[in-house]
Design a protein around this ligand. Structure first.
Ligand code: SF4
Length: 341
């Protein structure tokens, strides 16, 4: 199989485990401070209340039961041999350390589960939780996924995230101090952000030394505040070609070492309002591959200016925290502030 022009996470998993490894999404029955009233009850404007991006999870089962269910499907469909338990729905550090440890250990106790990915909000990582999570760095293949979505506080306020960009940088710093690998969720196409502003977030990711990224396309889902804005014509979604070009431009600006864990979103057929083209996920991924090939381009090309493959490119060795302080060097609009929502 031809190698990718970006640093595909699936290839990293093959290198580490010597076989195909599949992620199994889990809904551990947790919630989120932006839904349970601690910060608010409305949630992020694009979140339909099932926990963003958590479609297709077998709810109502224990953690181990969900993994066994997922394993059966993955073995049948892909002949998968190893699995990563992916705590995806809601905020998977928003509980006591004791209960969370029980959930993570339950996942790791299932045969052939070789690692953990825990998705959460940056403001749900108090020291006692991070202390507990640090233990998994040596125990298993472990990643923390942090919702960033945007590096602009004005956007974070608009989408009602309930945290600031500074909260994200602080969380990344504290994870890195403990040796916890971090990947960032970024949404492309958020209302009010120009193309240049979206692309600027790649430099921010680079400068923070984050190890992985998940690029999401802005989806309009049923029963969300975003759906109301979309129906009134107040927000738009991207066309497919526009998105493909943007992702390629983004990848060109991204450090070659950053693992690309996702390049489009899974909207969930029954809930998606727009853009409907995103349901054809493989067509989008293939179009990104083709566009990179057409350009003769690859991840990090804009940083190196060289025509070699990403894996041969030099690391920029950024030292964001030591050199730049807690804020990125980008042109924040005058309305930007670090004040909490
Ligand atoms: S943080 Fe996640 S679960 Fe909570 S409201 Fe936002 S998208 Fe939904």
């Amino acid at each position: 199989m031809e190698s990718k022009r970006y640093n595909a996470f699936s290839e990293e998993l093959k290198r580490v485990f010597g076989c195909r490894v599949h992620r199994i999404s889990i809904d551990a029955g947790l919630t989120c401070p932006n839904r349970d009233g601690a910060l608010g009850t409305g949630g992020c404007i694009y979140c339909g209340g099932r926990g963003s991006g958590s479609f297709g999870i077998a709810r109502g089962l224990s953690v181990a039961g969900q993994i066994e269910d997922g394993k059966e499907i993955m073995v049948r469909k892909y002949k998968a041999k190893k699995f990563i338990a992916y705590f995806q729905a809601y905020s998977n550090t928003y509980e006591s350390a004791e209960r969370l440890k029980g959930l993570y250990d339950e996942a790791l106790s299932v045969n052939d589960v070789a690692g953990l990915i825990v998705a959460t909000r940056p403001d749900c990582l108090p020291p006692e939780i991070l202390d507990m999570m640090e233990e998994y760095v040596d125990k298993t293949y472990f990643w923390m996924e942090l919702g960033l979505q945007s590096v602009y506080d004005r956007t974070l306020r608009f989408i009602n995230r309930g945290h600031t960009f500074a909260a994200f940088t602080d969380a990344v710093k504290r994870c890195k101090e403990r040796g916890i690998r971090v990947s960032a969720h970024v949404i492309l196409g958020l209302p009010g952000e120009s193309r240049d502003e979206m692309l600027a977030s790649a430099s921010v990711i680079n400068d923070m030394g984050i190890e992985g990224i998940k690029l999401h396309l802005l989806h309009v889902m049923k029963d969300t505040a975003l759906a109301g804005l979309y129906e009134k014509g107040e927000v738009r979604v991207m066309e497919r070609d526009e998105y493909v070009e943007l992702v390629c431009d983004y990848l060109e600006r991204l450090r070659p070492e950053v693992f690309v864990q996702r390049m489009t979103g899974d909207g969930g057929r029954d809930y998606l309002i727009a853009p409907l083209w995103s349901l054809k996920k493989w067509e989008v991924l293939n179009a990104i591959d083709k566009e990179l090939e057409r350009r003769g381009s690859f991840q990090g090309k804009a940083l190196t200016g060289k025509s070699n493959h990403f894996s041969n490119s030099k690391s920029l060795s950024p030292n964001f925290f030591a050199d730049s302080g807690p804020q990125p060097v980008i042109n924040f609009p005058s309305t930007s502030t670090s004040a909490p929502v």
